[in-house]
Design a protein around this ligand. Structure first.
Ligand code: GDG
Length: 470
């Protein structure tokens, strides 16, 4: 396979292994946002994508898929447990989401993280042509930029961080805080979701490494006594907004939305939550507020239904097992106390759905509840806005989601304040169509203009600019 001018490195390859029609394993494009975002760039550049195929101990040779060279990185069952479920999802994930759950600091996990990051860096170095551009994605691979720069100083290296970067007081808990900062600073451009994340990162660099920062630039000393400038800046990610609007315009999907309303007993208002089942998403806070509104008699289950889609996630990590139990206990209690024979207070779905069904749900919902306690961006908020081509519906949006910086006409709320959350839900339920329209139009404009193509373009032009300056 020839070396590529443009290489993406991510924990996962953009494909899933499935059983083909003849029973032979086949590959199918994964539905993720990143895949859609990068697809046009990859096709144009005939790029390569380095990542894990998603199954432990699976050794696969590089292969071409829809115009992209895929370079599989093998993870053993041990790697998956220590590097992925351990350090990535039980150390970094909770620490970077403001310690909503307690991070666990285990040295064997860190050792595996270093080892696996090196494997990704080596695969990327082998896949990249001379002076190529490499774009590393997310918190599982924070050491790759530096490892790659050491092996291949000719490359231009970008890194995008999809989750929050915490305030220094929390970040400084990490026993390997210096190594992680140095790892990230191997990149020429380090992209974050929010201005505040980039600020937290720059502060950690000043405090830990004593490097100078000016505006978005960080002066990184080199071993030969010179220095280079790395850029740490916000590039808020987005969605392929037009594709959501197109789905929303399809008659069969609109019919499905009516059918969903019908099947819920045509309530006056449908509230909707859509999240991976994750403790960062504030699902318990949402259920608490809703349950109290029913208990207070301000909402009747005959008139208002909450649909909560909680798609299965990280089911082998203990904190997620516990969270699922807590949520399911809450749902059962609220439903047990308040359901009538004909109507359910909460329709809870621990399942994943095709995108068409998600869009039908967005169209059926009068109020979308995004109550994350901490979230890098939250694409669900943007998907809801992109879908509402009828300019109806209300978005209740946590201040702690990155999307709150951009969607200024949503009803923003602090989800920790249960009384405020209750009032905001009531306000959303009662909002007039005219006000819904004013707010939704502004949000849709924002999401259509700042779509995912604009995101990757602005990141990659910032990266190109550093090449020209060096
Ligand atoms: C991370 C950061 C940041 C969910 N259930 C189903 C389904 N989904 C889709 C949603 C949305 C995506 O998954 C979830 O994206 P989010 O942004 O809401 O959250 P994370 O998964 O935590 O993503 C986040 C993001 O990276 C990008 O940078 O915004 O802050 O945490 O697209 O629609 N999709 C389908 N069926 C489901 O059941 N088809």
């Amino acid at each position: 396979m020839a070396q590529a001018e443009f290489v993406v490195v991510a924990n996962r390859l953009p494909v899933d292994r499935v059983d083909g029609p003849d029973g032979e394993p086949a590959w199918r494009r994964s539905p993720g946002g990143l895949v859609t975002a990068l697809e046009p760039v990859m096709r144009e550049a005939h790029g390569a994508w380095v990542g894990w195929p998603g199954q432990a101990d699976l050794e696969v040779e590089p292969f071409e898929f829809e115009g992209t060279d895929l370079v599989p990185v093998m993870l053993t069952a041990d790697d998956v447990e220590l590097y992925y479920e351990g350090f990535s999802n039980d150390t970094i994930w909770p620490l970077y989401h403001d310690v909503i759950a307690a991070p666990r600091y285990r040295r064997v996990w860190w050792d595996a993280y270093v080892r696996v990051n090196r494997r990704f860096a080596e695969a990327a170095a082998a896949a990249a042509a001379h002076e190529a551009t490499v774009w590393v994605q997310d918190y599982q691979l924070q050491l790759v930029p530096q490892m790659l720069r050491e092996a291949r100083p000719d490359l231009t290296i970008g890194y995008f961080h999809h989750i929050p970067f915490p305030a220094y007081g929390l970040y400084s808990q990490l026993p390997w805080r210096r190594q992680v900062l140095e790892g990230l600073l191997g990149a020429d451009v380090i992209g974050f979701q929010r201005v505040a994340d980039a600020g937290n990162f720059a502060r950690a660099v000043r405090r830990q490494l004593r490097y100078e920062t000016r505006a978005s630039g960080i002066r990184v000393p080199q071993s030969d006594g010179t220095s280079r400038t790395a850029l740490a800046k916000a590039f808020p990610i987005s969605i392929d907004a037009q594709s959501y609007a197109d789905l929303a315009a399809r008659p069969d999907i609109q019919a499905r939305a009516s059918e969903i309303r019908e099947s819920l007993g045509n309530p006056r208002r449908i509230l909707l939550g859509v999240d991976r089942l994750d403790y960062t998403k504030g699902i318990r806070h949402r259920l608490k507020a809703y349950g109290e509104l029913v208990e207070d008699g301000r909402i009747s289950v005959e008139e208002v239904t909450l649909v909560q889609v909680a798609s299965p996630s990280r089911e082998r990590v203990e904190a997620y097992v516990q969270l699922r139990d807590e949520i399911e206990l809450m749902v059962t209690r609220i439903n047990g106390d308040y359901d009538t024979l004909g109507h359910s207070a909460i329709r809870y779905l621990h399942q994943g759905y095709p995108r068409e069904e998600m869009v039908a749900l967005y169209l059926a919902a009068d109020v979308m509840l995004v109550t994350a306690l901490r979230d890098g961006m939250n694409l669900v908020a943007k998907e809801y806005a992109a879908t509402r081509i009828d300019n109806r519906g209300t978005l209740v949006l946590s201040e702690f989601a990155g999307a709150a910086d951009e969607l200024g006409t949503s009803l923003r709320v602090n989800p920790h304040d249960i009384d405020a959350l209750k009032e905001t839900i009531m306000r959303a339920i009662e909002m007039t169509p005219a006000e819904q329209g004013r707010r939704m139009r502004a949000m849709r404009r924002k999401v259509l203009e700042g779509d995912v193509a604009a995101w990757s373009k602005s990141f990659l032009s910032a990266l190109d600019a550093t090449r020209e300056n060096s």
